[in-house]
Design a protein. Structure first.
Length: 288
């Protein structure tokens, strides 16, 4: 649910520095595989990842190339690994939790040549990394997930939509919808990713907390300006959140949905955190 600018890094320099940190036997294997690995890097292109096959056929060579990743994350080059992780503080798969791990978009177990290719290393949270596992392709042969570096998502058109329902409380729900500038194939992959990581449930829980945080201010605007004032306040908060987080983050989507809900602005916000709510919407008592 989050894309990043392509990394600016000298991949050959990184590979050579990793090689220099290995014992002589591993370093020799890495030296022999160097041009094969960089030939594979040149084939790592948008729209072509699902058709790739590994270029490393020898199991011992494959394992030694894979082992570079441990050196990058917890060994001699851990500072470089930390810089790669720091490319995003928010998980690129869920767009919610803090990053803590690097996901190999193309799994290093299947594609050892991309074990330390930084375009293949996506900052994610531990929950999403575990849930994605080694999946990268669907049964139909298409991409299973958005690639944070290679796919483009529209930044000025909403594709994440939130709606509010009222049934023993305020119940937000979320969905991915088509948007101008969002290719059909990208939309399908994005919607699949949204479902795979159960983001409707995850975002809904966070959205209730967010609205509860705004509850006191909403009450004040309601008392002073009525539903119109509440709507204006929430729209203002949504614009502020979008400037900092992007239009398709769950926070501006939540706040926009609340601002555009006549029931919520008219008093439905009083259902927040109530076990047996009775709300007053524009002077009319509603029981749920």
């Amino acid at each position: 649910m989050r894309t990043l600018a392509l990394p600016v890094i000298d991949e050959r320099d990184l590979y050579d520095r990793l090689q220099a940190r290995r014992n002589s036997d591993t370093a020799n294997v890495l030296a022999d595989a160097r041009e094969t690995v960089f030939g594979a890097y040149s084939q790592y292109k948008p729209g072509e990842l699902c058709s790739l096959s590994t270029v490393i056929e020898n199991d011992d060579t494959a394992e030694k190339i894979r082992s570079n990743y441990a050196v990058l994350r917890s060994g001699a080059l851990a500072a470089d690994g930390a810089m790669i992780l720091a490319r995003s503080r928010i998980c690129c798969l869920c767009g919610l939790r803090a990053t803590s791990e690097l996901d190999h978009y193309l799994p290093k177990q299947i594609f050892p040549e991309f074990a330390v290719y930084t375009v293949n290393l996506v900052p994610v949270c531990g929950v999403c990394n575990k849930r994605k596992d080694e999946e990268y392709i669907t049964s139909l042969g298409g991409p299973a997930f958005i690639h944070a570096y290679l796919d483009q998502l529209p930044s000025s058109e909403p594709f994440l939509r939130a709606t509010l329902k009222f049934d023993d409380g305020v119940i937000p729900s979320f969905e991915v919808v088509p948007a101008p500038g969002l290719p059909d194939e990208t939309y399908r992959v994005l919607a699949r990713q949204f479902d795979h990581f159960h983001l409707d449930t995850v975002y809904s829980e966070e959205a209730v907390e967010l609205l509860n945080e705004k509850r006191e201010a909403i009450e004040d605007y309601s008392s002073e300006c009525g539903p119109v004032g509440v709507g204006k306040y929430l729209h203002r908060e949504a614009r502020s959140a979008a400037r900092h987080l992007g239009l398709n983050h769950w926070k501006p989507a939540t706040l926009t949905a609340a601002a555009e809900s006549a029931d919520f602005c008219g008093g439905g916000f009083r259902l927040l955190n109530l076990e047996h709510p009775t709300a007053v919407l524009d002077g009319a008592e509603l029981s749920f």
